[in-house]
Design a protein around this ligand. Structure first.
Ligand code: BEZ
Length: 325
Protein backbone atom coordinates (compact mmCIF):
# COMPACT_ATOMS: atom_id res chain seq x y z
CA UNK A 1 0.00 0.00 0.00
CA UNK A 2 1.41 3.42 -0.85
CA UNK A 3 0.35 7.03 -0.63
CA UNK A 4 -0.48 7.33 -4.35
CA UNK A 5 -3.00 4.48 -4.03
CA UNK A 6 -4.56 6.16 -0.99
CA UNK A 7 -4.78 9.52 -2.80
CA UNK A 8 -6.41 7.81 -5.78
CA UNK A 9 -8.95 6.05 -3.55
CA UNK A 10 -9.84 9.28 -1.65
CA UNK A 11 -10.29 11.21 -4.92
CA UNK A 12 -12.59 8.46 -6.28
CA UNK A 13 -14.56 8.37 -3.01
CA UNK A 14 -14.99 12.15 -2.99
CA UNK A 15 -15.81 12.69 -6.66
CA UNK A 16 -17.65 9.37 -7.25
CA UNK A 17 -16.24 9.25 -10.75
CA UNK A 18 -13.06 7.74 -12.26
CA UNK A 19 -12.71 10.47 -14.88
CA UNK A 20 -13.16 13.38 -12.41
CA UNK A 21 -10.79 11.74 -9.91
CA UNK A 22 -8.18 11.07 -12.63
CA UNK A 23 -8.37 14.71 -13.71
CA UNK A 24 -8.07 15.95 -10.12
CA UNK A 25 -4.88 14.05 -9.39
CA UNK A 26 -3.40 14.44 -12.86
CA UNK A 27 -3.39 10.78 -13.99
CA UNK A 28 -4.93 8.96 -16.90
CA UNK A 29 -8.09 7.01 -16.10
CA UNK A 30 -6.43 3.58 -16.67
CA UNK A 31 -3.56 4.51 -14.28
CA UNK A 32 -6.06 5.60 -11.63
CA UNK A 33 -8.06 2.35 -11.98
CA UNK A 34 -4.82 0.39 -11.69
CA UNK A 35 -3.93 2.16 -8.43
CA UNK A 36 -7.35 1.35 -6.99
CA UNK A 37 -7.12 -2.29 -8.10
CA UNK A 38 -3.64 -2.63 -6.54
CA UNK A 39 -4.90 -1.14 -3.28
CA UNK A 40 -7.87 -3.51 -3.18
CA UNK A 41 -5.61 -6.45 -4.02
CA UNK A 42 -3.09 -5.50 -1.28
CA UNK A 43 -5.89 -5.26 1.26
CA UNK A 44 -7.92 -8.16 -0.07
CA UNK A 45 -11.03 -5.97 0.21
CA UNK A 46 -13.42 -4.54 -2.41
CA UNK A 47 -13.64 -0.80 -1.68
CA UNK A 48 -15.64 0.58 -4.65
CA UNK A 49 -18.79 -0.83 -6.33
CA UNK A 50 -17.93 -0.33 -10.03
CA UNK A 51 -21.39 -1.08 -11.42
CA UNK A 52 -23.06 2.00 -9.83
CA UNK A 53 -23.08 5.45 -11.47
CA UNK A 54 -22.15 7.66 -9.69
CA UNK A 55 -19.64 5.27 -8.14
CA UNK A 56 -20.43 4.04 -4.64
CA UNK A 57 -18.23 2.78 -1.84
CA UNK A 58 -18.81 -0.63 -0.31
CA UNK A 59 -19.47 -0.62 3.44
CA UNK A 60 -15.79 -1.48 4.01
CA UNK A 61 -14.81 1.26 1.52
CA UNK A 62 -16.88 3.86 3.42
CA UNK A 63 -15.18 2.88 6.70
CA UNK A 64 -11.72 3.00 5.08
CA UNK A 65 -12.47 6.40 3.48
CA UNK A 66 -13.38 7.97 6.85
CA UNK A 67 -10.15 6.79 8.45
CA UNK A 68 -7.83 7.33 5.52
CA UNK A 69 -9.18 10.83 4.71
CA UNK A 70 -8.06 11.97 8.18
CA UNK A 71 -4.68 10.31 7.66
CA UNK A 72 -4.05 12.15 4.38
CA UNK A 73 -4.97 15.52 5.94
CA UNK A 74 -2.48 14.72 8.71
CA UNK A 75 0.15 13.91 6.07
CA UNK A 76 -0.45 17.25 4.36
CA UNK A 77 -0.18 19.04 7.72
CA UNK A 78 3.09 17.28 8.56
CA UNK A 79 4.52 18.04 5.10
CA UNK A 80 3.57 21.72 5.25
CA UNK A 81 4.89 22.07 8.83
CA UNK A 82 8.18 20.40 7.90
CA UNK A 83 8.60 22.71 4.89
CA UNK A 84 7.97 25.75 7.10
CA UNK A 85 10.41 24.47 9.71
CA UNK A 86 13.12 24.16 7.05
CA UNK A 87 12.51 27.70 5.76
CA UNK A 88 10.38 29.80 8.16
CA UNK A 89 8.57 32.74 6.63
CA UNK A 90 10.24 36.08 7.47
CA UNK A 91 6.82 37.66 8.11
CA UNK A 92 4.46 36.83 10.96
CA UNK A 93 0.97 36.10 9.61
CA UNK A 94 -1.65 36.89 12.23
CA UNK A 95 -5.26 35.71 11.99
CA UNK A 96 -7.89 37.58 13.97
CA UNK A 97 -11.63 37.72 14.54
CA UNK A 98 -13.19 41.15 13.89
CA UNK A 99 -14.06 41.77 17.56
CA UNK A 100 -10.37 41.89 18.58
CA UNK A 101 -9.63 44.40 15.83
CA UNK A 102 -11.94 46.89 17.56
CA UNK A 103 -10.09 46.21 20.80
CA UNK A 104 -6.40 45.99 21.53
CA UNK A 105 -5.07 44.32 18.36
CA UNK A 106 -3.83 47.55 16.69
CA UNK A 107 -2.05 48.55 19.91
CA UNK A 108 -0.51 45.08 20.29
CA UNK A 109 0.86 45.21 16.72
CA UNK A 110 2.23 48.74 17.24
CA UNK A 111 3.98 47.60 20.44
CA UNK A 112 5.42 44.53 18.70
CA UNK A 113 6.79 46.68 15.87
CA UNK A 114 8.25 49.20 18.32
CA UNK A 115 10.06 46.45 20.19
CA UNK A 116 11.21 44.62 17.03
CA UNK A 117 11.80 47.07 14.21
CA UNK A 118 12.79 44.24 11.83
CA UNK A 119 9.47 42.40 12.12
CA UNK A 120 7.05 42.14 9.21
CA UNK A 121 3.42 41.46 9.99
CA UNK A 122 0.50 40.40 7.78
CA UNK A 123 -3.04 40.48 9.18
CA UNK A 124 -5.77 38.10 8.05
CA UNK A 125 -9.46 38.32 9.02
CA UNK A 126 -10.48 34.72 9.82
CA UNK A 127 -13.00 33.07 12.16
CA UNK A 128 -11.86 31.29 15.33
CA UNK A 129 -12.75 27.88 13.92
CA UNK A 130 -11.02 28.43 10.55
CA UNK A 131 -7.89 29.59 12.36
CA UNK A 132 -7.19 25.96 13.36
CA UNK A 133 -7.03 24.78 9.74
CA UNK A 134 -5.17 27.92 8.63
CA UNK A 135 -2.47 27.29 11.26
CA UNK A 136 -1.98 23.75 10.00
CA UNK A 137 -1.87 24.70 6.33
CA UNK A 138 0.55 27.56 6.99
CA UNK A 139 -1.86 30.32 5.93
CA UNK A 140 -1.35 31.94 9.37
CA UNK A 141 1.31 31.53 12.07
CA UNK A 142 -0.80 32.67 14.98
CA UNK A 143 -4.45 33.57 15.57
CA UNK A 144 -6.46 35.63 18.04
CA UNK A 145 -9.90 34.12 18.55
CA UNK A 146 -12.71 33.84 21.05
CA UNK A 147 -13.25 30.07 21.19
CA UNK A 148 -11.25 27.22 22.64
CA UNK A 149 -10.33 24.37 20.31
CA UNK A 150 -8.02 21.53 20.99
CA UNK A 151 -6.45 19.09 18.61
CA UNK A 152 -3.18 17.25 18.28
CA UNK A 153 -1.47 20.11 16.40
CA UNK A 154 -2.44 23.40 18.02
CA UNK A 155 -2.13 25.04 21.41
CA UNK A 156 -4.23 27.78 22.96
CA UNK A 157 -3.15 30.44 25.43
CA UNK A 158 -5.98 32.12 27.32
CA UNK A 159 -5.12 35.82 27.33
CA UNK A 160 -8.03 37.20 29.33
CA UNK A 161 -11.78 37.26 29.79
CA UNK A 162 -13.47 40.38 28.47
CA UNK A 163 -16.85 41.40 29.89
CA UNK A 164 -19.88 41.60 27.62
CA UNK A 165 -21.93 44.82 27.55
CA UNK A 166 -25.47 45.28 26.27
CA UNK A 167 -25.85 47.39 23.09
CA UNK A 168 -29.22 49.20 22.85
CA UNK A 169 -30.61 51.85 20.48
CA UNK A 170 -30.09 55.32 22.02
CA UNK A 171 -33.85 55.92 21.98
CA UNK A 172 -34.61 52.69 23.87
CA UNK A 173 -36.30 53.25 27.28
CA UNK A 174 -33.55 51.18 28.96
CA UNK A 175 -30.65 52.88 27.14
CA UNK A 176 -29.51 54.84 30.20
CA UNK A 177 -29.93 52.02 32.74
CA UNK A 178 -26.61 50.48 33.82
CA UNK A 179 -26.12 46.99 35.29
CA UNK A 180 -29.01 45.34 33.47
CA UNK A 181 -29.70 41.69 34.15
CA UNK A 182 -30.12 39.15 31.39
CA UNK A 183 -33.66 38.54 32.69
CA UNK A 184 -34.41 42.27 32.02
CA UNK A 185 -33.54 41.64 28.35
CA UNK A 186 -35.70 38.54 27.90
CA UNK A 187 -38.58 40.46 26.28
CA UNK A 188 -36.27 42.34 23.88
CA UNK A 189 -35.60 41.40 20.28
CA UNK A 190 -32.12 39.84 20.58
CA UNK A 191 -29.77 40.01 17.59
CA UNK A 192 -27.39 37.04 17.20
CA UNK A 193 -24.27 37.34 15.06
CA UNK A 194 -21.75 34.60 15.89
CA UNK A 195 -20.49 32.55 12.95
CA UNK A 196 -18.86 29.99 15.24
CA UNK A 197 -21.12 27.96 17.50
CA UNK A 198 -20.00 26.09 20.60
CA UNK A 199 -19.75 22.32 20.43
CA UNK A 200 -21.92 20.83 23.20
CA UNK A 201 -18.97 18.94 24.73
CA UNK A 202 -17.19 22.25 25.24
CA UNK A 203 -20.23 23.64 27.03
CA UNK A 204 -20.35 20.86 29.57
CA UNK A 205 -16.77 21.60 30.53
CA UNK A 206 -14.71 19.19 28.44
CA UNK A 207 -12.57 20.85 25.77
CA UNK A 208 -13.61 19.97 22.23
CA UNK A 209 -11.33 17.15 21.09
CA UNK A 210 -10.55 16.64 17.46
CA UNK A 211 -7.63 14.26 17.64
CA UNK A 212 -6.79 12.07 14.66
CA UNK A 213 -7.77 9.00 16.67
CA UNK A 214 -11.12 10.40 17.90
CA UNK A 215 -14.19 8.67 16.49
CA UNK A 216 -15.97 10.80 13.87
CA UNK A 217 -18.64 12.49 15.95
CA UNK A 218 -20.52 15.69 15.20
CA UNK A 219 -21.49 17.24 18.51
CA UNK A 220 -24.63 19.40 18.61
CA UNK A 221 -23.83 23.09 18.47
CA UNK A 222 -25.07 26.06 20.46
CA UNK A 223 -25.22 29.73 19.59
CA UNK A 224 -22.89 31.51 22.09
CA UNK A 225 -25.27 34.34 23.13
CA UNK A 226 -28.19 31.93 23.59
CA UNK A 227 -25.84 29.77 25.65
CA UNK A 228 -25.11 32.72 27.97
CA UNK A 229 -28.83 33.41 28.43
CA UNK A 230 -29.55 29.70 29.00
CA UNK A 231 -26.83 29.51 31.66
CA UNK A 232 -28.77 32.20 33.55
CA UNK A 233 -32.10 30.45 33.05
CA UNK A 234 -33.36 33.02 30.51
CA UNK A 235 -34.89 32.33 27.08
CA UNK A 236 -35.11 35.43 24.87
CA UNK A 237 -38.60 35.88 23.44
CA UNK A 238 -37.50 36.88 19.90
CA UNK A 239 -34.19 36.46 18.10
CA UNK A 240 -32.82 37.36 14.67
CA UNK A 241 -29.64 35.87 13.24
CA UNK A 242 -27.36 38.05 11.11
CA UNK A 243 -24.08 37.39 9.34
CA UNK A 244 -21.66 39.33 11.55
CA UNK A 245 -21.07 41.74 14.37
CA UNK A 246 -21.12 44.86 12.16
CA UNK A 247 -24.55 43.96 10.79
CA UNK A 248 -25.80 43.26 14.33
CA UNK A 249 -24.66 46.70 15.49
CA UNK A 250 -26.19 48.24 12.35
CA UNK A 251 -29.55 46.72 13.30
CA UNK A 252 -29.23 47.97 16.88
CA UNK A 253 -28.44 51.45 15.52
CA UNK A 254 -31.58 51.23 13.36
CA UNK A 255 -33.67 50.48 16.46
CA UNK A 256 -34.35 46.85 15.45
CA UNK A 257 -33.24 45.18 18.68
CA UNK A 258 -30.48 44.74 21.25
CA UNK A 259 -27.40 42.55 21.44
CA UNK A 260 -24.45 41.69 23.67
CA UNK A 261 -20.93 42.56 22.53
CA UNK A 262 -17.47 42.37 24.14
CA UNK A 263 -16.71 45.66 25.96
CA UNK A 264 -14.04 46.71 23.45
CA UNK A 265 -16.80 47.23 20.87
CA UNK A 266 -18.41 50.04 22.85
CA UNK A 267 -16.78 52.77 20.79
CA UNK A 268 -18.68 51.71 17.65
CA UNK A 269 -21.62 53.86 16.36
CA UNK A 270 -21.93 55.73 19.66
CA UNK A 271 -24.20 58.34 18.06
CA UNK A 272 -26.96 55.76 17.68
CA UNK A 273 -26.04 53.06 20.21
CA UNK A 274 -25.87 53.12 24.01
CA UNK A 275 -23.68 50.50 25.69
CA UNK A 276 -24.40 49.49 29.25
CA UNK A 277 -22.49 47.14 31.56
CA UNK A 278 -24.31 44.00 32.63
CA UNK A 279 -25.04 43.23 36.25
CA UNK A 280 -23.44 39.77 35.86
CA UNK A 281 -19.65 39.73 36.29
CA UNK A 282 -19.36 36.24 34.81
CA UNK A 283 -20.82 37.11 31.41
CA UNK A 284 -17.53 37.32 29.56
CA UNK A 285 -15.93 36.47 26.25
CA UNK A 286 -12.46 34.87 26.40
CA UNK A 287 -9.63 35.91 24.09
CA UNK A 288 -7.25 33.12 23.03
CA UNK A 289 -3.97 33.11 21.19
CA UNK A 290 -3.88 30.02 18.96
CA UNK A 291 -0.64 28.70 17.57
CA UNK A 292 1.01 25.42 16.57
CA UNK A 293 2.04 23.05 19.34
CA UNK A 294 5.33 21.98 17.80
CA UNK A 295 7.71 24.76 16.90
CA UNK A 296 5.46 27.78 16.52
CA UNK A 297 6.82 30.61 14.34
CA UNK A 298 9.93 32.05 16.09
CA UNK A 299 8.28 35.50 16.46
CA UNK A 300 5.16 34.22 18.30
CA UNK A 301 6.79 34.56 21.76
CA UNK A 302 7.62 38.21 20.89
CA UNK A 303 3.95 38.75 20.07
CA UNK A 304 2.87 37.34 23.44
CA UNK A 305 5.33 39.66 25.21
CA UNK A 306 3.78 42.60 23.30
CA UNK A 307 0.26 41.54 24.41
CA UNK A 308 1.33 41.42 28.06
CA UNK A 309 3.08 44.79 27.73
CA UNK A 310 -0.18 46.37 26.48
CA UNK A 311 -2.10 44.76 29.36
CA UNK A 312 0.39 46.17 31.87
CA UNK A 313 0.27 49.65 30.33
CA UNK A 314 -3.53 49.61 30.52
CA UNK A 315 -3.78 48.02 33.97
CA UNK A 316 -5.63 44.97 32.59
CA UNK A 317 -5.61 41.93 34.88
CA UNK A 318 -4.23 38.76 33.24
CA UNK A 319 -2.49 35.54 34.15
CA UNK A 320 0.86 35.14 32.38
CA UNK A 321 1.16 31.89 30.46
CA UNK A 322 3.86 30.31 28.35
CA UNK A 323 4.05 28.01 25.38
CA UNK A 324 4.35 24.26 25.45
CA UNK A 325 7.24 23.15 23.20
C1 BEZ B 1 -7.30 41.83 23.93
O1 BEZ B 1 -8.25 42.61 23.74
O2 BEZ B 1 -7.03 41.37 25.04
C2 BEZ B 1 -6.46 41.48 22.75
C3 BEZ B 1 -6.88 41.78 21.47
C4 BEZ B 1 -6.09 41.42 20.40
C5 BEZ B 1 -4.89 40.78 20.58
C6 BEZ B 1 -4.50 40.46 21.85
C7 BEZ B 1 -5.27 40.80 22.93
Amino acid sequence: MDIKQLQAFVAIAELQSFSAAAQKIGLSQPSLSRLLKQLEADMGVLLVERQHRPLQLTEAGAFFYKKVGTLLIEMQTITSMTQRLASPSPELRIGFVPSVLYGLLPEVIATLKQQHTDIEVRLCDISSYQQMQALKSGEIDVGFGRFFYQDAWTQQILLRHERYVVALPKAHPAAQIPHQRLSDLSQQHLILYHKTHLPARQIVGTPAMDTPSAEPFEPPITEPLLHIFAQHGVTPLMTTKVSDLQVALGLVAAGEGVTLVPASLQTVRTEQIAYQPLWHEDVTSPIYLHTLKDRPHPRVPDLLVAVYKVYEQRGITYRRQSFVY
